[in-house]
Design a protein around this ligand. Structure first.
Ligand SMILES: [Zn+2]
Length: 97
């Protein structure tokens, strides 16, 4: 197994997982259920892992999906990145402006 992606933003991590899974590649998520033991104020980064044999393909998939990042928007209140489909910020619920 190889770690292919990690992000403290769960939404972006899950987006990447979907991109890879849509191509028929199995993705393992690590750190998803560790919030109970988290140190307050310490963000747990989600990690995506794929088989060694799928690594190159998955990297290419993520690269091509990043080309869509221009459609993402940055929250003017908290500066977090949101995907196009979100009308309000995932982090602070401010409206898209
Ligand atoms: Zn925000």
């Amino acid at each position: 197994m190889k770690q292919i992606y990690t992000n403290e933003n769960r939404l972006l991590a899950m987006n990447s997982k979907n991109v890879i899974e849509c191509a028929g590649i199995a993705v393992e998520i690590r750190n998803e259920h560790t919030s109970g033991s988290a140190i307050p104020g310490h963000q747990i980064w989600l990690e995506l892992w794929v088989d060694d044999s799928d690594y190159e393909t998955a990297i290419e998939l993520l690269k091509s999906s990043e080309n869509d990042e221009s459609k993402n928007w940055i929250c003017s209140t908290c500066a977090e990145q949101n995907t196009e489909s979100f009308e309000i910020c995932w982090n602070c619920q401010s409206g898209k402006s």
